[in-house]
Design a protein around this ligand. Structure first.
Ligand SMILES: [Zn+2]
Ligand SMILES: [Zn+2]
Length: 257
């Protein structure tokens, strides 16, 4: 059994074959998923998918790349949606310094507003970090995000920062990069971080794990991530899949079925 904690089945790339993609996931043992909406287009689709499928949950937030577009109405909308029974987290949110569509100060402000919202509605947060590790940790500390905790999604930083995040009640979620031959840091994190703090994800349609690197990613491939973690830790695949699934169920507050 597996829980893919970060999917974008709401992306255009799955428009044609959503049903088949979900069937392939089930055949690979992926019983649960969280579909992440991050703007005016992907949030309604995430809600629609979560309402249609029993074991698919939703997270709603605003992506840092588009921070400059977020209005007070959008934030209000996210707050309303947080009350929906299938919504299990606020996000993805964070900082992305790779793209410069939104200035850093705007990204930080939108990030802070969403952390405050999550604290208000008492929900965990999902963090997107690209080339902004230092500032992310700083904002999380200043806003006391430890109060709600969250997920460092597709974590690719060093072990020491992972530990710092764990100390703030965050889970470390590993994705496709842990399977890449040249990805030193994610492999070190997979080895060093206790399994009780780890989650697995695909971030599909992006970042497909080896040997599917470069192709469209999909939830069935999360198995490759769990297998890689098992190999790196020198433990069984069953142990990794069972523990990361129960970690995710507990984190999102979902009763297993
Ligand atoms: Zn992301
Ligand atoms: Zn994402």
């Amino acid at each position: 059994m597996l829980f893919d904690t970060h999917v974008h089945l709401n992306a255009d790339q799955f428009e044609e074959d959503l049903e088949e993609t979900i069937e392939r996931a089930q055949e690979a043992g992926v019983q649960y998923m969280t579909v992440v909406g991050f703007d005016r287009k992907t949030i309604p689709k995430a809600m629609e998918i979560a309402e249609r499928y029993e074991n698919i949950y939703a997270a709603v937030g605003w992506h840092p790349v588009d921070a400059i577009d977020m209005t007070d109405e959008d934030l209000q909308w996210i707050e309303e949606l947080s009350q929906h029974p299938k919504v299990v987290a606020i996000g993805e949110m964070g900082l992305d310094y790779h793209w410069d569509k939104s200035p850093k100060d705007v990204q930080k402000e939108v990030f802070r507003k969403q952390i405050r919202l999550a604290k208000k509605v008492k929900m965990p947060i999902i963090i997107h970090n690209r080339e902004a590790t230092h500032d992310i940790v700083e904002v999380l500390k200043e806003e006391n995000a430890a109060e709600v905790g969250g997920i460092m999604h597709c974590y690719s930083g060093p072990v020491e920062i992972a530990q710092e995040c764990i100390d703030m009640n965050f889970m470390i979620s590993l994705g496709g990069p842990v399977t890449f031959k040249n990805a030193k840091l994610p492999k070190e994190v997979a080895k060093a971080v206790d399994l009780k703090h780890l989650l697995v994800e695909t971030d599909c349609p992006f970042l497909a794990p080896h040997p599917n690197r470069g192709k469209r990613n999909e939830p069935a491939y999360v198995k490759l991530v769990a297998e890689q973690i098992a190999e790196l830790k020198g433990i069984s695949y069953e142990k990794v899949s069972e523990t990361t699934t129960s970690n995710a169920l507990e984190f999102f507050g979902i009763q297993s079925q």
